[in-house]
Design a protein around this ligand. Structure first.
Ligand code: NCD
Length: 430
């Protein structure tokens, strides 16, 4: 670095307009460590800041300059207007994003990290109520949307399944949506039919988020997946442009990969290898959409061939609940992503992802648990990222993202430094 570390850090804090405490939290280090990096060179207590921190600080400063540029540009207007669907502040499909707007959303997610990592609290959504309407099985999507809303100071009302909802009495989507709109300030909806969440959204003017519509889309999952890939690549010093992404499993009915391939196609020069058992290939319209802009797409039924040279391996569960006559003949025991195949086909910098849940029962052929202690397995870093990304989605749709930074207060409790016993060293909360 041409300038001294001390000047570099002071300049970054000034540009970001952050105190030492907030700056330390923002870059994910202890205040004590930051203090030692800020001491004049040659002083006994002074320490050199790790290279990865310097890179991260540069990135934050650049992004904040970008955010400022967006904010100043009268033409661009608030992010929620630029990603609006049908003139409404809703998130129904990743088609609403450009590369610029998705990265802008991620800068908001970065702002949420001190809250998601339980160092800070905020109440920018105090008084707001979220309606979480899940007409299909869910654990992490429903709870993480709820937790994200609560961590911004809002509260949550839930309904799960058809049995206990008035839809079991024949109520239309229109009526349900209009009624709920009178009770809550935003809705997240998961429904087994493709296109149904858009129907809900058409019947209300409050923000609606698609939490998964059948085999259609799962935009918030794809956003947190992309955020995870970018975060992991930044740690590994890799660029997403030109990366080799392998998607494996049920690509026909897996909605997470439907949304993710569209988002990744916003980048340049990608190579996609799509590995599925026969009959469960990625739908044609998505292949066409992704092959625009010169991306390379290869398809295979053979896992070992497909995994070679992957930067990211994204495994998915077989969506048996959506099968319409397909059988599982091609889904043999050698279709499992496990330590042996990852060691044989992938490098030390490959990351292994999965939207979860994975089927861990005997003979299920899903992502194996034998990778649990392998740092390449990013599945829990991925689920953890669900919170800041979903907080960012709410903050943007409700127009409060500009209030977050100055609303932060210290938490009163002390979380464990690592949430999971197998978490990698770089994955701690501290
Ligand atoms: C996925 C879903 O529901 O589409 N899960 C999730 O939301 N993380 C994937 C799946 O169910 O296999």
């Amino acid at each position: 670095m041409a300038i001294s570390q001390q000047v570099f850090l002071r300049d970054a804090m000034r540009r970001l307009n952050l105190t030492r405490d907030v700056f330390a939290a923002r870059i994910g280090v202890k205040r004590r460590a930051l203090d030692t990096w800020l001491l004049p060179e040659g002083s006994q207590e002074a320490r050199a800041m790790p290279e990865v921190v310097a890179r991260f600080v540069t990135e934050i400063v650049e992004n904040s300059a970008l955010m400022e540029k967006y904010a100043q540009s009268a033409q661009s207007g608030p992010l929620r207007d630029r990603i609006a669907a049908g003139g409404k502040h809703q998130l129904l499909s990743v088609d609403q994003f450009t590369r610029e707007s998705v990265e802008e959303l991620f800068r908001v997610a970065d702002l949420m990290q001190p809250i998601a990592r339980r160092r800070k609290v905020s109440r920018v959504l105090e008084g707001a109520v979220l309606g979480n309407l899940f007409f299909e099985a869910s654990t992490r999507t429903r709870v993480s949307f709820g937790a994200a809303f609560c961590r911004l100071g809002g509260s949550v009302c839930d309904t799960t399944g058809f049995t206990f909802s008035s839809m079991a009495k024949g109520e239309s989507i229109y009526d349900t949506s209009r009624v709920m709109g009178g009770y809550v300030d935003a809705m997240v909806i998961r429904h087994p039919e493709k296109g149904s969440v858009a129907e809900f959204a058409a019947a209300t003017n409050i923000p609606v988020v698609n939490g998964g519509d059948g085999a259609g889309e799962h935009p918030s999952q794809a956003l947190l997946d992309l955020y995870t890939i970018l975060t992991e690549f930044s740690r590994l010093g890799k660029l997403l442009d030109g990366a080799h992404i392998v998607m494996a499993g049920d690509l026909k009915y897996g909605r997470t990969v439907h949304s993710l391939i569209k988002l990744l196609a916003l980048y340049r020069g990608m190579k996609f290898t799509l590995v599925s058992p026969p009959g469960l290939e990625m739908p044609e319209y998505l292949l066409e959409q992704a092959s625009r802009n010169g991306h390379v797409i290869e398809q295979t039924h053979d896992l070992a061939t497909g995994l070679k040279g992957a930067d990211v391996v994204y495994a998915t569960r077989v969506q048996k609940e959506r099968f319409a006559g397909e059988n599982l003949e091609g889904y043999t025991a050698d279709f499992q992503i496990n330590r042996a195949i990852v060691d044989a086909c992938c490098g030390p910098d490959t990351i292994v992802m999965h939207p979860l849940p994975r089927d861990s029962r005997e003979g299920a052929n899903d992502l194996s648990t034998d990778l649990n202690t392998d740092p390449r397995l990013a599945i829990f870093r991925q689920t953890d990222n669900g919170i800041p990304v979903r907080m960012a989605i709410f903050a943007v749709l409700m127009g409060v993202e500009g209030l977050v930074q100055h609303s932060l207060r210290d938490v009163t409790w002390a979380p464990p430094s690592h949430i999971g016993p197998d978490d990698s060293v770089f994955h701690g909360l501290d």
